[in-house]
Design a protein around this ligand. Structure first.
Ligand code: ASP
Length: 305
């Protein structure tokens, strides 16, 4: 791989290879196995033009765990606030000899623009509504830790599907690996176009009745309404009642069903407290650990020695 920009264009074998590397990295990510040396002497630039907690910190941690060094650039305190463009910023950073650039931005396709403008490898850490490919690896990795494989499993992804790069990347990865994906939410926030993602033995179905969509699932991934992408206007005051994962709904799930959320959660909107913190079913914090492992796998693959 020269860059890591999208899951949609990644063949099944490549996804499986990254998942296997992620699995092996989990003990390192947990601090139970010694750090590695694959990034010794390398400097990675984190260019975060949009806010982030988990993704930015886990990329940083992943670089440290691989023996490299990392610095962060965010709009406040940099020349981005003076109007310098994404690509100009990235070109200048590249000239500082970095081994790779990790980029997050509000523009769909922004990571590709950066990759076209520089020679070093670029990793997409979330570009607008488009993709969040390392999130997909960590989501599937968390599911595989639970179920061994996602093939034939049914996963409901619930909420603001249209504006979610997490949903788009996860759907591509899951369908490619043979899972059945149900995309659930208000019709204003679920695009039928997602059904075209179906491939191989995987299927993608859009639905607007959450209770029906939860019947027979193996996992439920809840999503935040992307208020920063103007999705607020597309939801009504009964959103929690219609699409929230409440204790009542969880009580009807089979005992093996697990719950995911990429974070940040809006508690009391898409997910209730007791569900988010459910010690039996919630894998939300486990996803964070897999996030470090997945980002290590991608960094090792692109720039490891
Ligand atoms: N953290 C995820 C993202 O950056 C999900 C979210 O923000 O709702 O897309």
């Amino acid at each position: 791989m020269a860059d890591f920009l999208t899951i949609a264009e990644l063949p099944r074998q490549e996804i499986l290879r990254l998942l296997e590397a992620t699995r092996k990295n989990v003990p390192v990510a947990e601090g139970r196995s010694p750090n590695r040396t694959a990034l010794n002497g390398r400097v990675i630039a984190n260019l975060f033009f949009e806010d982030s907690t988990r993704t930015r910190c886990s990329f940083e941690t992943a670089v440290h765990r691989l023996g490299g060094q990392v610095f962060n650039l965010t709009p406040s305190g940099s020349s981005i606030s003076k109007g310098e463009s994404l690509v100009d910023t990235a070109r200048n950073i590249e000239c500082m000899g970095v081994a790779a650039i990790v980029v997050r931005c509000a523009v769909s396709g922004g990571a590709k623009m950066v990759a076209d403008g520089v020679k070093c490898p670029v990793i997409n850490a979330g570009d607008g509504r488009h993709e969040h490919p390392t999130q997909a690896i960590l989501d599937v990795s968390t599911l595989m830790e639970e179920f061994g494989s996602v093939e034939g499993r049914t996963i409901a992804i619930v909420g603001d599907i249209t504006n979610s790069r997490v949903a788009r990347s996860a759907t591509h990865a899951l369908a490619t690996l043979g899972a059945h994906v149900r995309l659930v939410g208000p019709p204003t926030l679920v695009s039928k176009a997602f059904e075209r993602i179906s491939q191989g033995s995987g299927t993608v179905t859009t639905m607007s009745n959450l209770d029906r969509a939860l019947e027979g699932v193996d996992a439920v991934m809840m999503l935040r309404v992307q208020f920063e992408r103007a999705a607020g206007g597309a939801i009504s005051s009964d959103y929690r009642q219609m699409f929230g994962l409440t204790p009542d709904r969880v009580a009807r799930l089979a005992p093996h069903v697990i719950i995911l959320h990429p974070g940040p959660m809006n508690r009391g909107i898409e997910i209730d407290d007791g569900v988010a913190d459910d010690p039996q079913r919630s894998r939300i914090l486990r996803q964070v650990t897999h996030g470090v492992a997945a980002r290590m796998a991608v960094l090792e693959d692109l720039v490891g020695v």
